[in-house]
Design a protein around this ligand. Sequence first.
Ligand code: SAM
Ligand code: DTB
Ligand code: SF4
Length: 404
Amino acid sequence: MVLGPNPHSDPGGTRTTTKARTKFGALLMRLCLAALAFSPSEIHLHTRIYRIAERASGTVNRLSGACYKPRMAHDLVPASSLVRPQPRDVSAVRAIYELPLPELLFRAMEVHRRHHTPGEVQLASLLSVKTGGCAEDCGYCPQSAHHETSVEPERFMEVPEVLEAARAAKQGGASRFCMGAAWREVKDGPAFDRVLAMVRGVRDLGMEACVTLGMLDEEQAARLAEAGLTAYNHNLDTSREFYGEIITTRTFDDRLRTIAAVRKAGVEVCSGGIIGMGESVDDRCGMLLELASLEPPPESVPVNALVAVAGTPLEALPPVDPLELVRTIATARILMPSSRVRLSAGRVGLSREAQLMCMLAGANSIFFGDKLLTTGNPEADADLAMLRAAGMQPERCGAGAPTP
Ligand code: SAM
Ligand code: DTB
Ligand code: SF4
């Protein structure tokens, strides 16, 4: 494992120290993080060194996102602690993924509370604004026209009904509203103009807006940015090696090109994948390595457990072991300290305890509301009760977040 400079240095951040002090702190911090990565038994000593380095290096604001409000001491993290581990290869990621679970969780928690407010979970609502009939052949997806599932193609929703749903989601406590369309790609014209109107409307409600519309080009990404889009969801889904087993109608590099267009437009990238599709641990680690190697890594990383839908080629796959989900999330947290890691599809099949373990492992966002795109999700009340039982709370963004 090598340690490299972090591209997340916050442009709006306030570096408060002299150059020399920062340099000294950065050096100490690197030593500390490197040692931490290799000898977990000496973790207390390293934590102490880390604290000294923290004081020596000064502080910098953590994030500049729409939701960011400085609240507590841990919202101010040292500039040099933004250094993130950059494993060179899949085996280095696998070494993290396969740590004894207590050790893996400890490290993930340590990273989590250095970069995020512990106990805070973003609630993101999801709405399928154009359902079914998609030209792509994604093996997991009930909306693909290549598979015979119970999902029937539906008309593209109108702006007012979408905004009504967004208002209700905000009222229920969501701070982000995500709109999905079962499209292979974005096509210019009235449909795209309608998406732009939806984005503007959601932003006017004071919510973060995210869309997932398939592939797009730089010009289209720029128009979404202009409309005020917060984030664009486009998942890598799995490793480059396994990708062809799941999707044949577009390539892994097509995915990367769309992500690059989104990044260039200045819109946040939301990209993650699915586990439980028959992939190996190396495939999971390979996907995480690809995501963590993006410069910078995605601001949001959805980790989906496959929802095996009848009629799809993956319908007969068994549910993924929840501990594998915990490991995937913990590894994502360690590799991408500043990102929001979203515990995404597949929560219906998870116990409350398994979900909370995912949150202890670093998940700090969930899809909220009783439906994902076409499949079920836990009831909103059950989610609020789960957070309340654990003494956790929804991340607040704008008005309307409930007290659980
Ligand atoms: N058509 C767009 C695209 O593919 O980018 C947007 C919608 S697509 C449904 C968004 C993501 O949902 C997929 O990339 C995949 O990761 C996830 N997804 C779809 N079906 C799923 C399933 N059955 N189980 C888990 N995740 C799923
Ligand atoms: C993501 O990574 N998961 C969400 C969201 N991005 C768009 C979608 C999950 C879909 C699960 C299957 C369905 O409901 O159709
Ligand atoms: Fe279409 Fe997206 Fe489903 Fe693939 S995942 S079939 S692109 S809707």
